[in-house]
Design a protein around this ligand. Structure first.
Ligand code: NAD
Length: 486
């Protein structure tokens, strides 16, 4: 059986305590690998390696850092197929999705930050008339912690690690224990690409053990976390009194607002994708669909018909559009919400059942599910399900759409479908979300700020925002000549 190992100080090692966890292939419902159940001692070893590597890495020239990060990007690209196969096996997602989205984006993350760091600059402020010059030094923080979830494993892991390393930090990182395989393979790539030992340390294990040890480590200066809102709140409570820098990318319950004047065919095709891509397990999926009353019945009919055509199947099959959800526990949670929706008076328009895929009968497959709800405040419309389940509700006008969209504790992203520029602009300003897409979805330019409002988190990733997070600004104030203090 495959033994996934920690990557500490450039060396693959097992857990210090000798205990291991099972890793399950969700398409088969079978254990296929062992994973270190690392603890505090492993995090301490990783921290020491990262601390020892920091002085040299933080003083490495930008072209050299950039060259190494670009080599990692190249190697991820060269290993597209094995990495995509690993991601699909670990997560249950269609291989086609891992080939077209997850792995290319992991490579793009390294390539983007390899370039961005060469363009990153700080400010100077001349205090005119006092012979005083200020400049801002942007210095790496030291050893930082990166913790990521299971839905887009290598994509989100590298989205944190690449800017942290580009900015000159050294890293202790923990991927999700549910999907550790591609981060394990990334360790091998980093060695081959010539990343000096100790610069990146990848430690596997449970959130409340290895993850907690990163968050509570007194010398780890910042935590970049992506995961659930409840975990994020716990991390904030723990890390804030230690005065750590925190970036928290948390859950979502994103509205998709469909106006009667939209480009209907484009909207329909994209809405099927924004509802069910990656089995609905993308924090940006539009899980609450609100449709203008005049086109509601038409949309309902067309949407349900399209959703029923989606092919649920084995991840590696080229015809598969919806793979397995990530785990048995997650499938049970999603099913509980489908049941709850009906108890709350929701009408099941399609889906709701398990799917038995030939030769993969023990895998965790669910039909894409559409539920019509009457009350925007019902739990299925308020709580994050994070699976192939969306709700439908009509709205009357723009004000009603806005009110319904914002009446939720989350504020990650929103999508608006309209040809009316006034509606689009007003909603862009008034929707409580970190990202607003107009007539598009999951359209990402890596220079743009990314993050949530309300219970979807604090802080921004992406572009220079990420480089600002991973650096400390220091004001240097120099007086020269006979200048006097103002
Ligand atoms: P999770 O919060 O259970 O786990 C995320 C990571 O945190 C894992 O690596 C886990 O081991 C670790 N962890 C758990 N408890 C911890 C603790 N006490 N201390 C330190 N680390 C701990 O989330 P998940 O189930 O893996 O992921 C799904 C969630 O992630 C969903 O809510 C989804 O919306 C969210 N998500 C958000 C974004 C975003 O960008 N906002 C992106 C993807 C996923």
């Amino acid at each position: 059986m495959l033994e996934i190992r920690n990557y500490i100080n450039g060396v693959e090692t097992g857990p210090g305590n000798g205990t291991w966890l099972d890793v399950i292939n969700p398409a088969l419902g079978e254990v296929y690998a062992k994973l270190p159940r690392s603890g505090e001692a492993d995090i301490e070893t990783a921290y020491k390696a990262a601390a020892a590597a920091f002085p040299t890495w933080s003083d490495t020239t930008l072209p050299e850092r950039s060259r190494i990060l670009s080599s990692i990007a190249d190697m991820i690209e060269e290993q597209l197929i094995p990495l995509a196969e690993a991601e699909s096996k670990d997560n249950g997602k269609p291989l086609s999705l891992a080939l077209s989205v997850d792995i290319p984006r992991a490579s793009a993350n390294f390539r983007f930050f390899a370039h961005a760091i060469t363009q990153f600059a700080s400010e100077a402020h001349e205090s005119v008339g006092t012979q005083t010059m200020n400049f801002t030094l942007r210095q790496p923080l030291g050893v930082v912690g990166c913790i990521s979830p299971w839905n887009l494993p290598l994509y989100l892991f590298t989205w944190k690690i690449a800017p942290a390393l580009a900015a000159g930090n050294t890293v202790v990182a923990k991927p999700s224990e549910v999907t550790p395989l591609t981060s394990y393979l990334l360790g091998k790539i980093c060695t081959e690409a010539g990343l000096p030992k100790g610069v990146l340390n990848i430690v596997h294990g449970l959130g409340n053990e290895a993850g907690e040890a990163i968050v509570t480590h007194p010398q780890i200066k910042a935590i970049s976390f992506t995961g659930g809102t409840k975990t994020g709140a716990h991390i904030a409570r723990t890390a804030a009194p230690m005065f750590k820098k925190l970036s928290l990318e948390l859950g979502g319950k994103n509205p998709n607002l469909i106006f009667a004047d939209c480009d209907y065919q484009k909207m329909l095709a994209t809405t099927v994708r924004s509802s069910f891509a990656n089995q609905g397990q993308i924090c940006l999926c539009g899980s609450r669909i609100f449709v203008q009353a005049s086109v509601y019945e038409q949309f309902k009919k067309d949407f349900v018909q399209r959703v029923q055509q989606l092919v649920v199947g084995a991840p590696e099959a080229s015809t598969t559009q919806v793979g397995a959800v990530v785990s048995e526990a997650h499938r049970d949670k999603i099913e509980a919400y489908i049941k709850l929706a009906q108890e709350e008076g929701g009408i099941l328009l399609c889906g709701g059942n398990r799917v038995s895929v030939p030769d993969f009968e023990q895998g965790y497959y669910l039909e894409p599910t559409v539920i019509e709800v009457k009350d925007n405040q019902c739990r299925v419309n308020q709580e994050e399900i994070f699976g192939p389940v969306v709700t439908l509700m009509p709205f009357t006008d723009e004000a009603d759409a806005l009110e319904k969209a914002n009446a939720v504790r989350y504020g990650l992203s929103a999508t608006v479908w309209t040809q009316n520029i006034d509606t689009a602009m007003r909603l862009s300003k008034n929707l409580e979300a970190g990202v607003v897409w107009i007539n598009t979805w999951l359209n990402r330019d890596l220079r743009t700020p990314f993050g949530g409002t309300k219970d979807s988190g604090v802080g921004r990733e992406g572009g220079f925002e990420a480089l600002r997070f991973f650096t400390e600004a220091k004001n240097v104030c120099i007086q020269y000549g006979n200048g006097k203090t103002p």
